[in-house]
Design a protein. Structure first.
Length: 270
């Protein structure tokens, strides 16, 4: 039988181990009421928040990925997560949401936008300055079956013109972060231009991930996260700086910002 002294030492060691475990950095995984989606806070390779949804979950009617832009029965933009929450029909809840694509001074999207099968803005293949025109850029889109894809804009244009795709929702932004498992060719690993950034990736494990960096990062660092750490063959930059916004109540995120188009996972309770 262990002595009283030995028992006391074992208890002290156990208490110390528990204390160290509680203090060690780890992902904060917010359990949802479904195993089909979840949001996390991660600390490596840099601090970021991410919400992921199983592709298979979007085939039923309970979970629906949607784009939001204008007020119901109005051309006025929603502008904020609070306005979006207020506009949701009874019986629906917003699991998480993020800004989706770049916008002009009137909070209107500058790239291809489709909401519930209606084209709101045409595909933008023009050259120009700014991140949107750091080609190749791309389109995040899905048909009514909910299968989400990210496609480089020129390739998407060919599919669209050939009648191969019929987007139910679509948002265009840029630049692409990862294209067919390759980091955007114009990203410089030595760049010092670091900002808060957010983007989306379609990943090999069957999840779509929506990520906001919680600290300033370069394009190359952000793209590397999607390619090497999250396993996403295709990923798209949505926006950065003051435009980055995340609503994820399960991890206590609710940015109070104005924005154009938003993307969100809606859960139908009925």
């Amino acid at each position: 039988m262990p002595s009283t002294t030995s028992l006391a030492m074992l208890a002290s060691v156990a208490l110390l181990a528990l204390s160290l475990s509680a203090c060690s950095p780890a992902a904060t995984d917010a359990a949802s009421d479904s195993s089909q989606w979840a949001c996390q806070i991660q600390q490596a390779p840099f601090a970021y928040s991410a919400c992921a949804v199983e592709t298979s979950a979007l085939g039923d009617k309970r979970h629906v990925l949607q784009l939001f832009w204008q007020q119901p029965d109005s051309t006025q933009p929603l502008l904020s997560f609070d306005e979006l929450l207020a506009a949701l029909p009874a019986g629906q809840t917003l699991s998480f949401a993020m800004n989706a694509g770049m916008y002009n001074e009137r909070f209107a999207p500058i790239g291809y936008t489709v909401i519930e099968g209606v084209e709101k803005r045409a595909l933008n293949l023009r050259s120009g300055g700014g991140n949107f025109h750091l080609l190749p850029n791309g389109v995040l889109w899905w048909e009514r079956d909910g299968k989400v894809q990210i496609t480089e804009s020129q390739a998407f244009s060919e599919q669209l013109n050939g009648g191969q795709v019929q987007p139910w929702y679509a948002t265009q932004s840029g630049p692409m972060l990862v294209i067919q498992d390759q980091i955007h060719p114009k990203f410089n690993p030595e760049s010092q231009s670091a900002k808060i950034r957010n983007g989306a990736g379609v990943c090999r494990d069957g999840r779509i991930r929506f990520v906001r960096s919680d600290e300033p990062v370069t394009f190359y660092q952000f793209a590397t996260l999607f390619k090497e750490y999250l396993g996403c063959p295709n990923a798209l930059f949505l926006d950065g700086g003051v435009a980055s916004a995340l609503y994820a109540p399960s991890i206590d995120r609710h940015d109070k910002k104005q924005m154009g188009v938003m993307i969100g996972l809606v859960e139908n309770k009925d």
